[in-house]
Design a protein around this ligand. Structure first.
Ligand SMILES: [Zn+2]
Length: 97
């Protein structure tokens, strides 16, 4: 896996994406459970849109490759995943068939 030299901007974006990934995952979990703590649809969708745009910038502007999470894989239970994990998962589905 090739990554560009680490830069402060990349670190800042990665940090925001990681926090956002956890936020989206938790809000979705609250929403499914029907309990308090769920974001309104508007807030959730705005957060998702921002998250997606930020990840796009990370890859298109900074050439980042690989998963955005420190662990190297997005949370399984999350309704969202980074583009890298999305590609890995669709490849696994192709390989399984
Ligand atoms: Zn990922």
């Amino acid at each position: 896996m090739v990554k560009l030299m680490p830069s402060r901007e990349v670190d800042v974006i990665l940090s925001r994406l990681r926090v956002g990934h956890i936020w989206l995952t938790e809000r979705h979990r609250f929403w499914v459970a029907g309990g308090s703590g769920a974001a309104s649809d508007d807030v959730f969708l705005r957060g998702l849109d921002l998250w997606d745009g930020l990840e796009f910038v990370l890859r298109s502007v900074y050439g980042y490759q690989g998963c955005i999470m420190e662990s190297g894989v997005c949370l399984d239970e999350s309704p969202v995943g980074c583009r890298y994990c999305g590609r890995q998962r669709s490849q696994e589905r192709v390989d399984a068939n």
